[in-house]
Write a protein that binds this ligand. Structure first.
Ligand code: ADP
Ligand code: MG
Ligand code: ZN
Length: 594
């Protein structure tokens, strides 16, 4: 690694080593090559263009899709001592003139632009300014095959004409091979240095728990996280509202976010979350694109996501700072029916088939007692190396084989004797001998199977029925209110022709979310004080708290107790500028404390 890169990494960014692949990408950019990089969320893409931007003559243009987040990105860069600015439609004319003057004079390292600037009259301006290279962030937006196509991005096809010979570097967190080719050809990258980083996020713990009464489960899961920030995803707007209200009643600072709220409210809630002024955001999948908040410590899914892309992206918003974070999915088989009924309403047969396939892949991840990480990576074409990932529920708890033949026969007998016309809840009521109106109405208390399973609790039967469905013994019919019916494989088990066994997590009981990875040996009281200071400084400077320091920086301070400027410089994330700007305030609190 050339010394200047290492030096700038520490002096400006305060980091002592590169994240995987950063150095290779940076070297390619420094060598003037076109570059294409796929790196997971939190992989550290920004640094890949910011560091060369500092070292090279002229300005690096950064194309980024979300105007609302540009200011935060520029503030974060300025706070590191990088000469950065943005131009977009929100900028008053006087400011804009000043930025342009700086740009012309070569006084900027980074200039953030929205893509539509290139389509507008701005193009001729560009030719007169010293430009080192162009970085295209969220490059998948240029591809119609990607999941977030933006017509504005098509203007970027002209970059190679507008700025002949100027290197381009394109970044994205999600691109299948097809989308990758599309991006490269649309941007007309010239024999680019191409890098696909691993999608593994080792600091994320994946857990799937059975959903019983979800509001209480979400509440307890949040309580186990202390007062750390996190996101709760729900499928419907109504459930978002319900969950947010429930949490607020229980004293959790939670705000809702979904497309049905007025834009102002949405922006306000996002802003409050971003600035640590509310702990939890409860949201539909409408929330999250381009959120750079690095200290999200947990992501909870209250419902099954539609596909693995969504699950990966949403969980990926946790732990961008590389610190441990927890991803907890609450699931039961009812979700498949619910999502399935949306799919049945989709346009073409082909669309429906694809959506079903994706939903089945997602369901398998939730239901199969195989390392969640291995399954997730395999979906993205990557093999997890190693036996035990150490950071998912399956690897941590281990699995055991359970013989379920006899109990499966009881369930199927209840299904069969009640005419294969009822859903799982009612079938389980029969097996458990529940006294409900429906049981009386259909005289199901007279069935031979009524109450045969009364010695096991309902959640046990739920789990068993799910396992039976996962193994194809029974299936639910979406066209008849998800009534359970037997399959030929089920009949084999019912009539004793074949045994039935299934894998489950060792010692699995009703969902018991565990806490995130053990905290390190920092002093929590001091950490809290430092966090308060961070919030005050951030508010005074009108920037999000993580721009001032990351959680990891605060934890190192609370563990190593730096008392002098050189000691403070040794802390992760402290560079020259941060030392000058914040050193005194933080050292003061640390000293008072110790
Ligand atoms: P993304 O790839 O999702 O755009 P970011 O550029 O936002 O990721 O980086 C995510 C987080 O990782 C940021 O908080 C950033 O400061 C941090 N980071 C980037 N590079 C390093 C590094 N070499 N060492 C430690 N932290 C890093
Ligand atoms: Mg980014
Ligand atoms: Zn695992």
């Amino acid at each position: 690694m050339p010394a200047p890169l290492q030096k700038t990494l520490k002096e400006t960014f305060g980091f002592s080593s590169f994240r995987p692949n950063q150095d290779e990408i940076i070297s390619a950019i420094m060598a003037g090559r076109d570059t294409f990089a796929v790196m997971p969320t939190g992989g550290g893409k920004s640094l890949c263009y910011q560091l060369p931007a500092i070292l090279q003559e002229g300005t690096c243009l950064v194309i980024s899709p979300l105007i609302s987040l540009m200011k935060d990105q520029v503030d974060a860069a300025l706070d590191l001592g990088i000469k950065a600015a943005f131009i977009n439609s929100s900028l008053p004319p006087a400011e804009r003139a000043r930025v342009l003057a700086d740009f012309r004079n070569g006084d900027l390292d980074l200039l953030y632009l929205a893509p539509e600037r290139l389509a507008a009259g701005f193009a001729s301006e560009l030719k007169q300014c010293p430009i080192s290279f162009v970085a295209v962030d969220e490059a998948h937006c240029i591809s119609e095959w990607g999941h977030d196509f933006r017509p504005d991005y098509l203007a970027l096809s002209q970059l190679k004409d507008l700025l002949p010979g100027c290197p381009l570097a394109a970044f994205t967190a999600t691109a299948t091979d097809q989308v990758q080719e599309d991006i490269i050809s649309r941007l007309r990258l010239n024999a680019p240095f191409t890098l696909r980083a691993s999608f593994n996020r080792p600091n994320l713990f994946y857990q799937v728990s059975r959903r019983e009464s979800v509001l209480g489960q979400i509440e307890r899961a949040i309580a186990s996280q202390g007062d750390q920030p996190g996101i709760v995803y729900r499928l419907s707007r109504a459930d978002v509202e319900k969950t947010a209200v429930h949490l607020a009643k229980r004293g959790v600072a939670a705000l809702p976010y979904h497309a049905g709220l007025p834009p102002d409210t949405r922006a306000d809630h996002q802003e409050k979350f971003n600035r640590d002024q509310c702990q939890v955001i409860v949201a539909t999948v409408a929330f999250g694109m381009g959120i750079d908040k690095s200290n999200v410590r947990f992501v909870i899914h209250g419902d099954l996501p539609k596909n693995m892309e969504g699950y990966y992206q949403e969980t990926g918003r946790a732990g961008r700072d590389g610190e441990p974070a927890h991803c907890l999915l609450f699931y039961n088989r009812g979700d498949v029916g619910r999502l399935g009924s949306f799919i049945e309403k989709m346009g073409s047969q082909a669309e429906q088939r694809l959506a079903w396939q994706k939903l089945n892949d997602m369901t398998r991840l939730a239901e199969t007692a195989v390392c969640r990480r291995r399954q997730l990576l395999a979906y993205f074409g990557e093999e997890f190396e190693g036996e035990n990932c150490g950071a998912c529920d399956v690897c941590q708890q281990g699995v055991e084989l359970v013989d379920g033949s006899k109990h499966a026969q009881m369930v199927m007998s209840a299904i069969f004797r009640s005419g294969q016309r009822f859903g799982a809840a009612h079938v389980i009521d029969i097996v458990c001998g529940a006294r409900t109106k429906k049981i009386q109405q259909f005289h199901h208390d007279l069935l031979k199977t009524y109450g045969v399973g009364a010695n096991q609790a309902k959640p046990y039967w739920r789990r068993l029925t799910d396992a039976m469905a996962a193994h194809g013994l029974i299936k639910s019919d979406p066209k008849r209110y998800n009534a359970l019916v037997l399959t030929p494989a089920g009949e084999d088990v019912l009539y004793g022709r074949k045994p039935f066994s299934y894998q489950q997590l060792k010692g699995e009981t009703a969902a018991q979310p565990r806490t995130a990875a053990a905290p390190s040996d920092h002093n929590q009281e001091l950490f809290n004080q430092l966090r308060d200071l961070r919030r005050r400084l951030a508010e005074a400077a009108d920037v999000p708290p993580y721009v001032v320091f990351s959680d990891r920086s605060l934890r190192e301070m609370a563990a190593y107790l730096p008392a002098t400027p050189p000691e403070f410089l040794a802390i992760h994330g402290v560079g020259q500028q941060k030392l000058e700007r914040y050193g005194e305030d933080f050292i003061k609190i640390i000293k008072e404390f110790s």
